[in-house]
Design a protein around this ligand. Structure first.
Ligand SMILES: [Zn+2]
Ligand SMILES: [Zn+2]
Length: 248
């Protein structure tokens, strides 16, 4: 059974409400041993939730919960930072703060209108930016490598841009997550699923993190049985991060 959920959102994300305490209690009930709170950090004015993140508030809640649940749960402090290459100075400053895990994610390419373009253009542009973000570096985990798939019924296929992004990922030491959230939206896949995981292992990738991307306590660990099957099929090894170091 998968015991790490390394991508969740608390009340300190603008699109989530549950307290860190409730997330912890629920995780323990569900048999999770390592829980990362990875609230959104959007630092560019054109991001979805600019300047909402508050490190102090999140830290206080996490420190309190760590004391309260220390025998039952390893609670990890993290953020999900949007498009670090768009705000390199703020990102560099952020890296000086104490975190266990930093997820780098792309939620926007320019403006959302870019997604209105045809399927091919949309994904090629997106994967080109994924490569750009990997090369920028500074984060531990690559969030939802094929994010547009969660919102658009048209799925992507193999492309040079995708392959280049996965190659860059394998070279970088950054670890991809398997994010179960599309399954909760009725889609028949995780982010990523077979196409990318096959490429990832072909290019030598071995480690992954397991992620619900829960925006409420109930979704912690959701559909981890599906992720478990992918892990088994591709012979992957789930890891977690503490003090920004990787552990099996
Ligand atoms: Zn995200
Ligand atoms: Zn997220």
């Amino acid at each position: 059974m998968i015991k790490y959920d390394l991508h969740t959102h608390s009340q300190f994300s603008p699109d989530a409400e549950d307290t860190v305490d409730l997330l912890c209690r629920t995780a323990i009930k569900k048999g999770i041993t390592h829980l990362a709170i990875t609230d959104h950090f959007d630092a560019h004015k054109d991001d979805t939730y600019p300047f909402y993140y508050n490190y102090e508030k999140q830290s206080i809640a996490i420190d309190n919960a760590r004391v309260k649940y220390k025998d039952k749960l390893t609670l990890l402090k993290g953020i999900e930072y949007s498009q670090p290459y768009n705000t390199p100075e703020i990102f560099a400053q952020t890296l000086k703060l104490e975190f266990d895990i930093i997820i780098g994610s792309i939620h926007k390419i320019g403006h959302y209108n870019d997604y209105d373009k045809d399927n091919d253009t949309k994904y090629k542009k997106y994967f080109t930016n994924i490569k750009r973000m990997i090369e920028h570096g500074g984060f531990d985990v690559l969030g939802h490598i094929d994010f547009p798939a969660r919102y658009y019924s048209d799925y992507y296929s193999h492309s040079r841009e995708l392959e280049d992004a996965v190659k860059a990922l394998c070279k970088s030491g950054i670890i991809p997550e398997i994010n179960s959230s599309p399954l909760r939206r009725g889609m028949p896949f995780a982010m990523p699923d077979e196409l990318i995981l096959q490429m990832y292992t072909d290019f030598g990738g071995r480690y992954i993190t397991t992620a619900s991307d829960a925006h409420n306590a109930n979704d912690i660990g959701a559909d981890f049985d599906y992720i478990q099957k992918l892990i088994k099929r591709f012979n992957l090894l789930p890891v977690y991060f503490k003090d920004r170091k990787m552990f099996e």
